[in-house]
Structures are given as C-alpha cells and as structure tokens.
Design a protein around this ligand. Structure first.
Ligand code: E4P
Length: 217
C-alpha cells in the first residue's frame, strides 16, 4: 500500500520524505489556504521534494475552465496529478485529461457508485473520504470494501486512494481491505510509528547499556 501525506506544509513533507515512507502528496484548496503560500509555488516546492504523484486541485466547476486550470497545473512538474471533483464536469475533465496521458485524482467521492463512474472515466486515483462519512454517522470504510469488490470484478486499474483519514485504525483497515493508497495528515502518519511499549523498551535498553560502561567504537 502506498503512503501519501495530506498536507501542503513543506516542512512536514520534507521530514516525512526523509523516512523513505512517502510515495506522494495530496493537497486541496483548504490545505493550500492553511499553508499560507501561493498555490502554484507551493505545488512546485512540493514537487521538488517528492517524486511521486502530487495532487493539485482545480477550483473551477465547469469543464472548459477546469481544463484551462489543469493545463497550468500540469506545467508545474511531470508528477502533478490533477484533482477534479466528482461531478459531471469533473468526470468529463477526467476523461479528457487521462486521454492526454495526465494523472487524474477524482476527489470528494462518497459512494461506491461514484467510484464506479470515476473508473469508467479513466481516473488514475479515486479519493473516497472516509472520515467525513464517519463524521455524519456512517461507516466510511464500508465504501472502501465495496469499491475494492467492484474494481476487482471488472479489473479497473483506478487506484483506491483512501482520503479524509482521521486515525491509525483507518490505515489498518485500508491495508486489510487492499486499498492501493492512503493519504493521511502528518500527525496520523507519525502516530503509526508510536507505541508505549517501544518507548518503554528503548528506555530499558538505554539504562542497561549505560550500566555496562561500554561505547560502540
Ligand atoms: C484528500 O485528498 C483530501 O485532501 C482530504 O483527505 C480531506 O480530508 P478532511 O476530511 O480531513 O478534510
């Protein structure tokens, strides 16, 4: 399973990239706003740090304007994946862009039927938002299982990119279902590393090592 980080914060991206864990980045207009930077410059900076797909989202809602924005975003770097919303115009844009060889991430997906449409439109990635589903009292992960089943039934190559991840259990469930990619905030990726028994074990080893009076030299 590939790991993308869901942020436009370049410091977080740099730090996580150094671990070798990072396969890509997803951004959205809210994350760009939070970064405080200029959209095109932020995406260019991220693409200099990460060689995998970096999602940059169009903000237009009609097909022609989405295509115009996508053209600008695609010029930033080879690894930019154009993010389009799951609307009729978004699907039209997805079809047109993937036919030209661009990577497309169809976002704001909340049903397995929507994911089926994105795959038929040739999407590179489909982004079902599990956390936002959970927030309104549904089980977001059920949709991931349904999408996996449907995509496998028809050999769709669209990659399931589990988005709106809130905690490590979402990551574990995604891996068990066989999602292709997860995108998680930096804090959730860091949480995956942590375990109190790891910390306690490390403290114990350090204390006993100090008692030996040795150094590794
Ligand atoms: C995915 O590409 C989105 O940027 C993201 O996962 C949305 O997450 P949120 O529901 O935490 O805003």
């Amino acid at each position: 399973m590939k790991f993308f980080v869901d942020t436009a914060n370049i410091e977080d991206i740099r730090e996580l990239a150094e671990t070798g864990l990072l396969d890509g980045v997803t951004t959205n207009p809210s994350l760009i706003h939070k970064s405080g930077g200029h959209f095109l410059e932020v995406v260019a900076d991220i693409c200099r740090v990460v060689s995998g797909p970096v999602s940059a989202e169009v903000v237009a809602t009609d097909h022609a304007e989405m295509m115009r924005e996508a053209e600008i975003l695609r010029k930033i770097a080879e690894n930019v994946a154009i993010k389009v919303p799951l609307t009729i115009d978004g699907l039209k844009t997805c079809k047109a862009l993937t036919s030209e060889g661009a990577m497309v991430n169809v976002t704001l997906c909340f049903t397995a039927n929507q994911a089926l449409l994105a795959a038929k439109a040739g999407a590179t990635f489909i982004s079902p938002f599990v956390g936002r589903h959970d927030d309104i009292g549904f089980d977001g992960m059920e949709i991931i299982s349904d999408i996996r089943l449907i995509y496998d039934n028809y050999d769709f190559e669209t990659q399931i990119l589990v988005a709106s991840i809130r905690h490590p259990v979402h990551v574990l469930q995604s891996a068990k279902i066989g999602a292709d990619v997860i995108t998680a905030p930096p804090a959730v990726i860091r949480q995956l590393v942590k375990h109190p028994l790891t910390d306690r074990g490390l403290e114990g080893f350090a204390a006993d090592w100090a008692k030996t009076g040795q150094t590794i030299a």
